[in-house]
Design a protein around this ligand. Structure first.
Ligand code: CTP
Ligand code: ZN
Length: 143
């Protein structure tokens, strides 16, 4: 088993469905940040068979984790401070997402006014459906 050391401060994103680790990496914007990141792919897991794990060593106030629930709410967020797990956060679908999904409707105002932020609202929490705040187009992006 591949071993990655414990972190001092940051997040351990555990139980990410196998194969979704890179999606989490990009959606959190970790490619643009200079904190230390370890991505473990296909770790053995009793519950899921295989899972991905991401460890991020960073200031815990720096990262917005809203998008995680949209990718998959089975992800466990362990918040680590001073080398100890401070909190295991449960994920809830955000009511609104800004700059995460992009409206594909060519007639939407966001297609015409390029500088407008893309904002989606949670239209159906049961079915996990998000719609564009401007034109009501359903999100079709795969997270
Ligand atoms: N971890 C870490 N750095 C720390 C503390 C914990 O990287 N300072 C990691 C552990 O290596 C583990 C994850 O955080 O991958 C969760 O730790 P823990 O809650 O102790 O493990 P489990 O009990 O297996 O978690 P769960 O019950 O959520 O499966
Ligand atoms: Zn739109």
């Amino acid at each position: 088993m591949l071993n990655v050391g414990k972190i001092e401060e940051g997040f351990v994103l555990d139980h990410i469905p196998a194969g979704k680790g890179m999606s989490v990496f990009y959606h959190l914007g970790l490619d643009h940040m200079d904190c230390m990141v370890a991505i473990i792919k296909n770790a053995r897991s009793g519950r899921l068979g295989r899972k991905d794990i991401i460890k991020v060593e960073c200031d815990i106030d720096l990262l917005n984790l809203d998008v995680l629930a949209v990718i998959d709410h089975t992800i466990t967020v362990n918040v680590v401070k001073d080398g100890e797990i401070l909190e295991k956060r449960t994920l809830v679908l955000p009511k609104e997402l800004k700059g995460v999904m992009h409206c594909k409707n060519p007639r939407c105002i966001t297609s015409i006014e390029q500088e407008l932020p893309h904002i989606f609202y949670l239209a159906d929490p049961e079915k996990e459906i998000y719609r564009c705040k401007y034109c009501d187009e359903k999100n079709s992006e795969k997270m």
